[in-house]
Write a protein that binds this ligand. Sequence first.
Ligand SMILES: Nc1nc2c(ncn2[C@@H]2O[C@H](COP(=O)(O)OP(=O)(O)OP(=O)(O)O)[C@@H](O)[C@H]2O)c(=O)[nH]1
Length: 798
Amino acid sequence: MRSPSLARLNYRAVSGLTRTARFQPQGFLSSRCVSTAALRSSGVAPAYQSILKQWEQRRNASATASAVLEAAAASPDTLSQAAIIDNLDPVEAARLDKVRNIGIAAHIDSGKTTVTERVLFYTGRIKAIHDVRGRDGVGAKMDSMDLEREKGITIQSAATFCDWVKKDKQGVDQKYHVNLIDTPGHIDFTIEVERALRVLDGAVMILCAVSGVQSQTITVDRQMRRYNVPRLSFVNKMDRMGANPFKAIEQINTKLKMPAAAVQVPIGAEDEFEGVVDLITMKAIYNVGESGEELKITEVPEKVKQVAEERRAMLIETVADVDDQMAEMFLDEVEPTEDQLRAAIRRATIGLKFTPVFMGSALANKSVQPMLDGVVDFLPNPSEVENLALDQKRNEASVKLVPYNSLPFVGLAFKLEESNFGQLTYIRVYQGTLRKGSNVFNARNSKKVKIPRIVRMHSNEMEEVSEIGAGEICAVFGVECASGDTFTDGQLGYSMSSMFVPEPVISLSIKPKQAKDAANFSKAMARFQREDPTFRVTYDNESEQTIISGMGELHLDIYVERMKREYRVECETGQPQVAYRETIGEHIKFDHLLKKQTGGAGDYARVMGFMEPTGVLEENNFEQQIVGGSISEKYLFACEKGFNLSCEKGPLIGHKILGTRMVINDGATHMTDSSEMAFKNATQQAFRKAFIDSQPSVLEPLMKTVVTAPSEFQGDVIALLNKRGATINDTETGVDEFTIYADCSLNGMFGFSSNLRAATQGKGEYTMEFSHYEKAPPHVQKDLIAKHLKAQAERNKK
Ligand SMILES: Nc1nc2c(ncn2[C@@H]2O[C@H](COP(=O)(O)OP(=O)(O)OP(=O)(O)O)[C@@H](O)[C@H]2O)c(=O)[nH]1
């Protein structure tokens, strides 16, 4: 017997639980044959009738599912999707098995774009490799914006597709269609990662072999969890000095709390990194050819035999911890076959319980192809991922979507982009087929739109197609919609949940330097706003300024720069401002009467009730508890409008209100003098007065900040953070660098990047991400209020 291990203990705990896969089609129901006449009289929607007939033909009319009919009888208007899922169609299953939709996400500079460039080259999508900031001056394919190439950072996610050919067990080539999205690493462009992960089925998480899990890896991990995206990990930069893939694996286990194990071990390291040993086949893999385009497979070299055997045992044990079939074999001391091990890794990965770790060096063209094999082997195809929609017609949440071409169409617009040919809308097709020239319906406003052109995106180039099947990603032209809209064929009333959009934390005033540029300025603003839900534009009536808000200084800088380059509008900007909030202090009653008699019809409205904190610093809340009709419905609507307007601009410093509840429970109306306007104004006045009397506070955004720098600068960096009022939560000391985790107010962090650069000879780096709102220190609140009053007084003087 093997010694007691975590695998065994865990097995006891989990045995009897359901299998790991997120969604396993249950195969065909071999039920009785159903005639076409029976189908017609059953009330099955016509679209489904034809599908059932097709299935019947494919299966020699032997087994149309009785479950489908039962479901149809229960709800004759639309057929239960679940009934279809249980009857996986063999032709569709074979098609879907060859599709993968994946994203590449990681910390800044881990090599996402460099890896993607190799993937495109090895799959034959591009003819030559160009590096990020490479000497040839061309730049990587996926960084297509000039600004991206200049700065060497990815700003927008870019979509592409390629075909990867992998040999099956019989040695026959099998072609897999891979849709791929390369996402930016910088936190300021995090919406790009959110929307990519929302629509992808799997992801490759890239880590640097020297730095391992970094701050942004933690953010990406959180985003992958939010959308239940299975991932494989790729430890890149194995050629760098200090490369250690096992440290990175350890950190995935401990810092991300995601069970991980190597499926490869390196042969040599740093500048002697030669290739890898595949721990499933126990064969060595080397890249040969000028750009590593060919693979040479040999026996495992003697020098890595021992480590390969140890790591293979660890792989089996880690998988056994999370997969009960593997646990059973492990306990019975049965050595898994290649297929068994691969299947267990696949189950555990798709079940979000494990991440297999690959390794290589994209820059040195080493070991990227085995990672692509891993994408095919371990990441799910579209039919293995559960995608749910809300059925608005039947008010049923959680309807499963089925990625069959023949079903009614459902797709999600996840990204908009302005192009030379008009608005380009990226759509993930979840069900059915999207055809050129067809009409689709926007679930948000029931508007019918025609699809004039469909393209597959290859970074900034496109390939025109006439239709796109279920489970695929494409882009369409000429479709007016917002990011996150669901489209259907009109038969189904389905709507899908959109992605998480973080609130902007920083803003600045902006105006074109020359008045003649006003038209282009407005055009650019409208476009940027449509494309990026984290970029907001507002007009402040009081200061008569246009204010742009976003996720950070870099985010806003990039838009100002794009305005100059793409629209030839030079802008003047004000100092960046923090997006403060205001919140109520304590429970407070109000009884406010608005009464004006100025000849003719007067104004009359009385509102009574109370205001209080909602308890959480989130949405504001308005409620009416009128009994006896002292205020009519119509006027209560006006009260709610007044409340919402009040929340837009707080009485303290003119910033938005958070966490405030208003309840109106009584009031009075005048026969002739009351109006909607009077009730709206009365509510706003009551709000203002009660809010000020409640001992309110100004809130400021607190940022989770992570700073990494070489060890010799630790003292200087701590001093720098202390000076800015940061609370240091944790410090990790590595071999030659340290990482500090701190909470800082955004206000205290302006200009931090240049200070950090100066204090660390340019070697320090940091990331900052919004965490939550907290009361600003009293002196900051006092200053802000005084400043606001002064600005108001000056405006009044004018
Ligand atoms: N030594 C070494 N350097 C690499 C490797 N892969 C990428 N790099 C370098 O790392 C830098 C960043 O690479 P990118 O591919 O732009 O990284 P990224 O993750 O796409 O960057 P962002 O999208 O801006 O976050 C570039 O200078 C690359 O040449 C590698 O395997 N080894």
